[in-house]
Design a protein around this ligand. Structure first.
Ligand code: HEC
Length: 488
């Protein structure tokens, strides 16, 4: 609407965000927030285990250092790039929602940047000074303290970001009193943080255990001892993860029910409950099994065994993120902005005037019988393209054909009847915002897509056309009209 529309037709824009974000969350939770305290703890254990006249148990220390090397390389490369990459992709695909979030969370964003830079600097120092810190006990203990600071910095990045994520699900009383404080203290925030923190610790521990099996010889005593401690770490965090999951599970539907009972229908609730329930039960059972095995039979644990829970727990997090993103629909910011980037409170205006008139970027602002298809393309771009493609993943032709029959010519009348009501049957979709003419144009475009197999390209390839209605003269006139209407 107010920004050029980037669009990837084959992949689907939602997919692009999901791919980058899920990789990032896995690395952030598993290899930063959870892994660094785990490594720091083991580094400390190495000092405790030191023999007489030793600073640390050298074999032990070398192993932990090698494990940290993996964490360091992955977090500072793929981790950092996908972290920045999230902001690139969401700003391209969903610029209006990011705009709104920046307005609310300006200071949080600013702080996040500082904490993020601090985290990268600290992690570099922590890893790169490992060997030189082994000169004396004093510098080793200082190094361990450094690891603790780094752990806290990593966690604080999560503390800030989770508030934005949970805000998007349910802004709580921010929708009535708009302030950073109300945005930050949204109802799902604390439960989600309580859930994510121990889950990250579990992931860090399980990933660490995997590295131990990779970096040590079978049957070696060192391996058994490190794995045993890993098992204790996992077992120790499991009850917290379970408690956090239950807390989150109970808090979220309540809050969502209060604000979105009509928007998120019962069907989606049922799905959400089920998926989350299996995630929680599965992850808990697996964690306990793995921890038990690691503590009582550490010498029997090998790569083949550890890789299974490791893949599961990382996979679970992926599912969890997907579900979290989906359950929020049709909103991108609960009760405020729909996933098509249009604000709920602007809908009456769009219904009356049509959306094309108010769009900054559109090649058609007035629909005639000659420009129906082109107008429809603009309407599609503005109202459907954040979730549908023309002929890629979740293509609009495909979803209509699924309803009306594969390969059968699409019937304009049925589509015209369906679209204005689509949000009632399928509550994850926002209501259609346009007026009657725009609906007809959209239907003509979808039919045209079926007939031609044409592919919609975004602003990145097609460039932009600024709506001639969007200039200061027109805006002044529109404003004057609105004023005179409201005075009357
Ligand atoms: C917030 C994202 C979103 C937006 C915006 C959106 N849709 Fe959908 N739509 C979906 C999803 C998700 C599905 C389910 C696809 C599936 O799983 O098969 C869907 C399904 C559909 C279906 C099939 C429904 C059924 O009962 O099988 C139709 C038709 C459809 N969309 C049309 C549209 C049109 C037309 C627009 C624009 C006016 C639109 N959608 C906007 C997300 C969206």
């Amino acid at each position: 609407m107010d920004f050029p529309m980037f669009h990837l037709d084959w992949l689907n824009d939602r997919f692009l965000i999901a791919a980058v974000a899920i990789i990032h969350v896995m690395i952030n939770h598993g290899l930063a927030v959870g892994f660094i305290p785990y490594v720091t703890w083991l580094e400390f254990k190495g000092v405790q285990r030191a023999g007489k006249d030793q600073i640390v148990d050298w074999h032990w220390d070398e192993l932990i250092h090698n494990k940290m090397k993996v964490g360091f390389i992955i977090t500072t490369t793929i981790g950092a790039m996908t972290g920045v990459g999230i902001w690139f992709t969401v700003a391209l695909v969903s610029p209006s929602s990011i705009g709104s979030l920046i307005r609310v969370f300006y200071w949080a964003w600013f702080t996040e940047w500082l904490v993020f830079v601090t985290e990268v600097v600290l992690i570099s120092i922590y890893y790169l000074t490992w060997t030189s810190a082994n000169r004396s006990l004093r510098s080793k203990l200082k190094h361990i303290r450094f690891g603790a600071f780094l752990s806290i910095a990593s966690w604080i990045t999560m503390v800030i970001i989770v508030s934005i994520l949970s805000f998007m699900m349910d802004p709580g009383n921010w929708n009535t009193h708009k302030s950073l404080f109300n945005g930050f203290t949204n109802p799902i925030y604390i439960p989600q943080l309580f859930f994510r923190t121990p889950v990250a610790m579990l992931m860090g521990g399980v990933f660490g255990m995997l590295l131990t099996t990779l970096f040590t010889k079978k049957e070696s005593i060192l391996r058994s001892q490190v794995i045993k401690l890993g098992g204790k770490w996992v077992l120790g965090w499991t009850p917290f993860a379970l408690a956090g999951a239950i807390y989150y599970w109970n808090a979220m539907p309540e809050a969502m029910k209060a604000n979105m009972s009509t928007a998120v229908g019962s069907m989606d609730f049922a799905q959400y409950y089920d998926v989350l329930k299996y995630v929680i039960i599965g992850a808990t059972v697996l964690s306990i099994l793995l921890a038990g095995w690691a503590i009582w039979k550490p010498q029997r644990l090998n790569v083949g065994v550890v890789i299974v829970p490791c893949l599961f727990i990382f996979g679970f997090l992926g599912i969890f993120e997907r579900v979290r993103e989906f359950v929020r629909k049709p909103y991108v910011i609960g009760g405020y902005m729909y996933s098509n980037l249009l604000r709920e409170e602007d809908y009456p205006l769009y219904k009356k005037d049509g959306i094309l008139k108010h769009a900054t970027y559109t090649s058609v602002h007035e629909i005639t019988s000659e420009n129906m298809v082109e107008a429809g393309q603009n309407v599609f771009m503005l109202t459907c393209s954040r979730c549908h493609t023309s002929n890629g993943i979740n293509s609009v032709v495909n979803v209509f054909e699924k309803m009306y029959g594969r390969g059968k010519p699409l019937d304009e009348e049925s589509m015209t009847a369906y679209i204005p009501n689509m949000h009632q049957g399928r509550t994850f979709m926002p209501p259609f915002p346009g007026n009657k003419k725009e609906l007809e144009a959209l239907v003509a475009y979808i039919k045209h897509l079926q007939e031609t197999g044409e592919s919609l390209s975004g602003a990145q390839t097609d460039g932009i056309v600024v709506n001639p209605m969007q200039n200061s003269e027109q805006s002044t006139k529109m404003y004057a009209d609105t004023l005179s209407v409201s005075r009357r």
